[in-house]
Write a protein that binds this ligand. Structure first.
Ligand code: HEM
Length: 140
């Protein structure tokens, strides 16, 4: 199971590379006015989204493997695990929101200013901090 845990962390890092950087690309893309620049950003966003989707699927599969192969049934009082899974659901929602924003940009119909994506950019960072504390410290 330590092998699965190692792969779990590898996939988490790949997923977060995209979750943290894609909204940053949206910040810069919001201010682009020329057609060539717009197309370049669309290509970068699409490629990053593909890579982070592979990272996300790998995280979920390896996480579920750890859960059902090692941590099931969860030991008495492992409430950290429930909260972690809840935050993972929020992350999946954020991933789908990224896909929606990407589609808006691809159709040249982004309704949001750069400041909106600057704020949005903080969400995965906060969730990452919370999940790492829950998974390592297991405070409750
Ligand atoms: C479906 C989603 C997920 C499931 C079911 C899941 C489940 C698990 C399980 C059962 C473990 C083993 C716990 C242990 O041995 O201490 C684990 C380890 C870990 N998970 Fe996840 N996980 C998921 C997603 C994530 C995400 C999104 C992150 C990061 C943001 C993450 C970060 C970690 C870390 C850092 C460890 C290592 C903990 C340690 O070695 O003490 N996991 N995960």
């Amino acid at each position: 199971m330590l092998w699965i845990k190692a792969f779990h962390i590898f996939f988490v890092v790949s997923w977060f590379a995209g979750l943290l950087y894609l909204p940053r690309l949206f910040v810069y893309h919001s201010d682009i006015t020329d057609e060539a620049g717009h197309r370049r950003f669309c290509t970068m966003e699409k490629r990053l989204f593909s890579i982070m989707t592979i990272g996300g699927i790998g995280t979920l599969l390896s996480g579920l493997w750890l859960l059902f192969g090692w941590w099931w049934p969860p030991p008495e009082g492992s409430h950290w695990l429930g909260l972690k899974l809840l935050l993972v659901l929020v992350l999946i929602g954020f991933h789908l929101a990224c896909w929606r924003w990407l589609r808006h940009f691809a159709a040249a119909h982004n309704p949001h200013p750069a400041r909106y994506f600057r704020l949005v950019n903080e969400i995965p960072a906060l969730i990452l901090l919370a999940i790492v504390i829950l998974a390592i410290v297991k405070p409750f």
